[in-house]
Design a binder for this molecule. Structure first.
Ligand code: AMP
Length: 302
């Protein structure tokens, strides 16, 4: 089963206390699409400017990502820059230039309109709903959001929640959106607003999956060498939805596995800047880390 992914495609500048890189391939749709591509064919919907490097289009193609829905418009590609502290969980956005995204009104190619699985990666909730409205009877819809939209377009985020099956967001966003300090309570409040499932990402502390009759907690892989956490959440959500599309089953077993596969792909993503590590990632490496996740959390009855 294929998956439709919309979100941002960006040229990122990222600074950590030890390294700095400019014009890297970034954006929520880039990370999510490459993350999902390890499990299922991807139809991407996004926009870039005429300055977008051809080598990045090649990278998408190598991952088998369908680019019929990637518009190339006159102007500059979306740009974002951010700086991390020594604690890599702490990031400051230095600049955001929407550029061609400012006027983006995507029209889905006909071949995309019946894609059964949809991941609405981080971009304005209005744009997420505009894309979703063009998909005919999707089987399962996952969405991500961020603090910016919670603060500036709360009503649209609330409207989006009524149209999706699963919301993926990070812990600070869950707290901010629900005004709850406790994440379980925050998750329960989000479930009341529409989605059947919510995944709360806790960075290096793993993630929680909640439904009215389900609670699952997954650890994060204990990496010693993290170079750039950018896009880890997008890779997680892309791989999570991509795995569900591959199994084409929405039950507790598949959802738990989807969380673990999301964590596996995210853990590889942060080993290098941009999508560099994921370009060389192989199925045996995915399997090996998946098995480590199993071993890490297993315990015998006492
Ligand atoms: P994450 O690390 O999961 O927050 O995702 C980082 C990616 O999100 C970067 O590659 C950015 O290009 C992209 N991004 C940052 N701000 C925005 C925004 N306002 N809308 C869409 N994408 C964004």
């Amino acid at each position: 089963m294929s998956i439709l992914i919309t979100g941002s495609v960006a040229l990122d500048s990222v600074k950590t206390p030890v390294e700095e890189h400019h014009d890297l391939l970034g954006g929520s749709a880039s990370y999510a699409s490459v993350g999902a591509s390890f499990f299922t064919p991807v139809n991407m919907v996004a926009i870039v400017g005429t300055d977008f490097p051809k080598k990045y289009l090649e990278l998408y193609r190598k991952h088998g990502i369908n680019l019929d829905g990637l518009e190339v418009a006159e102007g500059r590609t979306f740009r974002w820059s951010g700086e991390y502290e020594w604690d890599l969980n702490k990031r400051r956005t230095l600049s955001v230039c929407l550029n061609v995204f400012e006027t983006f009104q995507p029209k889905l190619p006909d071949a995309y309109k019946r894609t059964p699985y949809v991941f609405l990666a981080n971009i304005s909730p209005q744009l997420q709903m505009h894309v979703l409205a063009q998909v005919a009877g999707p089987k399962f819809v996952v969405a991500d959001t961020m603090d910016l939209w919670i603060e500036t377009q709360r009503d649209a985020v609330v409207e989006l929640l009524r149209k999706i099956d699963c919301l993926v967001l990070n812990e600070s966003e869950a707290r901010e959106f629900t005004k709850q300090t406790n994440l379980i309570k925050a998750g329960r409040l989000i479930l009341k607003q529409g989605p059947k499932f919510v995944v709360i990402k806790k960075g290096e502390h793993g993630s929680l999956l909640l439904a009215n009759d389900l609670f699952f907690s997954a650890p994060a892989y204990p990496l010693e060498d993290i170079h750039d956490p950018t896009g880890a959440g997008d890779c997680f959500a892309g791989a999570f939805t991509g795995y569900l599309a591959r199994t084409d089953r929405i039950d507790h077993h598949s959802l738990r596995n989807a969380v673990v596969y999301g964590s596996v792909i995210a853990s590889y993503c942060v080993e290098d800047f941009s999508l560099t590590r994921l370009q060389s990632l192989t199925p045996p490496e995915i399997k090996q880390r998946y098995e480590m996740f199993q071993a890490m959390s297993r315990f015998e009855v006492g």
